[in-house]
Design a protein. Structure first.
Ligand SMILES: [Zn+2]
Ligand SMILES: [Zn+2]
Ligand SMILES: [Zn+2]
Length: 158
């Protein structure tokens, strides 16, 4: 990995704490239990700007002295996506902490750097998203959730 590439993949301790705090608050709000494995998975997600696979998350948790198996990681990730705290990035088949300010499960619009692997949430104005739904409905398709994944090179890697 290049040095420039590292810059955008560094997450500050205060960013990690902020995410953990809001995530825990959100789980409470939804009446979901704050279990130790859930906390550990949230922390693993919070520390990375690159989407992580379930196996990587399990390894990270174990490195931190936690205990969790891959099946549980998948279950926890599904719950976190449902709660709007994480996104599944299809192109790279990984999970990412949600850093946008929205609640609940929502469509994903992300910029994916093909050099360093960092992923940034891209705020797309609602009319642009609605346009996609309209085009879909013209084809008789009832859209549910729109995901936009833009592949390219991030600011740091250019
Ligand atoms: Zn980047
Ligand atoms: Zn998000
Ligand atoms: Zn990059």
């Amino acid at each position: 990995m290049t040095l420039e590439g590292r810059a955008c993949n560094l997450v500050s301790e205060s960013d990690i704490e902020r995410f953990e705090r809001s995530a825990v608050a959100r789980l409470k709000e939804l009446g979901m239990r704050i279990t130790e494995p859930r906390r550990k998975v949230l922390r693993a997600l919070a520390t990375s700007r690159r989407p992580l696979g379930a196996y990587q998350i399990r390894d990270n948790v174990q490195r931190e002295g936690g205990k969790v198996d891959v099946v549980s990681v998948y279950r926890i990730l599904a719950a976190l996506v449902e709660a709007g705290l994480a996104h599944h990035i299809g192109t790279v088949d990984g999970y990412l902490a949600c850093t946008g300010h929205h609640s609940g499960a929502h469509g994903t619009e992300h910029l994916i750097c093909q050099k360093c692997g960092c992923v940034e949430e891209l705020p797309i104005p609602n009319p642009a998203l609605a346009e996609i739904g309209v085009a879909a409905s013209r084809m008789g398709f009832l859209s549910d959730l729109t995901r936009v994944e833009v592949l390219g090179v991030c600011e740091h890697c250019r």
